[in-house]
Unconditional design. Structure first.
Length: 268
């Protein structure tokens, strides 16, 4: 159980690092700034369409756009943490350039994630409980894979296929308790999600009568803050894992001292 509780210390390490270097928060803030208005616009447009074909076409485009924003921001985050944790100084321009080079692979991530969302929505419409559970499980697995693959794609400027194989290669000799850390982050994010959505619905209810537009904007902003923060912690963890796994591969050693500071602090 102690191993699961240590992830809270990892999150504190990341927050402390970002406090010392606020530039590391730029992708998280940009994620919310771009995603919240798009999320609200898609919700409004979906309420206006009157055919199933238009509904699913709009949903597909909107959800793909939201995932692309999220994954692109996470790619920039991975690059910034790599720069900062490798003894240098985070540079946003360089991180953006590096992430833009693999935008095509990120778009593939976004499209596949959106497809799972559409399948889930379709199974809900059909009241198909088994399909809904299956698609959500596949979506969870795919989301985990995306966070594990993104560092290889961005930091080594690999194609989608090459990054997938590279991440498998590094994970095969898993020097970290990768699964434990990810499950622990999942618990933390679940609790954070419960609190966030409860607050978002309260705001929507409170503002709904006086100003429905303001209520909706606050609701989607808070929801996107949660998703951005959740993804931020996940990509920070997987980037630290990736950097450690790569150093372990180079030195042929699994020494904790080779891990980036935020990860090493919870492994001692």
């Amino acid at each position: 159980m102690e191993r699961y509780l240590r992830v809270g210390h990892f999150a504190r390490q990341i927050v402390a690092l970002a406090a010392r270097r606020p530039l590391l928060l730029a992708p998280l803030l940009a994620n919310v700034a771009f995603a919240a208005p798009l999320n609200l616009a898609v919700a409004v447009l979906l309420a206006m369409v009157d055919s199933d074909a238009a509904y699913y076409a709009l949903l597909a485009a909107g959800v793909t756009g939201l995932y692309f924003i999220d994954y692109f921001a996470n790619g920039v985050t991975a690059s910034l943490f790599h720069q900062q944790l490798s003894g240098g100084s985070a540079n946003l321009e360089a991180a953006l350039l590096r992430t833009r080079k693999v935008a095509g692979g990120i778009a593939i991530f976004a499209a596949i994630a959106a497809l799972f969302d559409l399948l889930t929505e379709y199974s809900v419409e059909r009241s198909d409980g088994i399909s809904r559970v299956a698609t959500r499980l596949l979506h969870m697995v795919w989301t985990t894979a995306s966070y594990a693959i993104l560092p290889a794609m961005v930091l080594e400027e690999r194609s989608f296929r090459d990054a997938f194989e590279r991440s498998r290669q590094l994970a095969r000799n898993n020097p970290t308790e990768l699964g434990v850390g990810f499950l622990a982050l999942g618990v933390v994010n679940y609790v954070l999600g419960l609190l966030t959505f409860a607050g978002a619905y309260k705001l929507l209810e409170y503002c709904g009568d006086e100003s429905p537009v303001l209520g909706a904007l606050l609701f989607y902003t808070l929801v996107n803050v949660y998703f951005a923060l959740s993804g931020y912690l996940k990509i920070a963890y997987f980037t630290c894992f990736y950097l450690w796994a790569r150093e372990c591969e180079r030195s042929r050693s699994n020494e904790i001292g080779l891990a980036p500071a935020p990860l090493a602090a919870i492994l001692i």
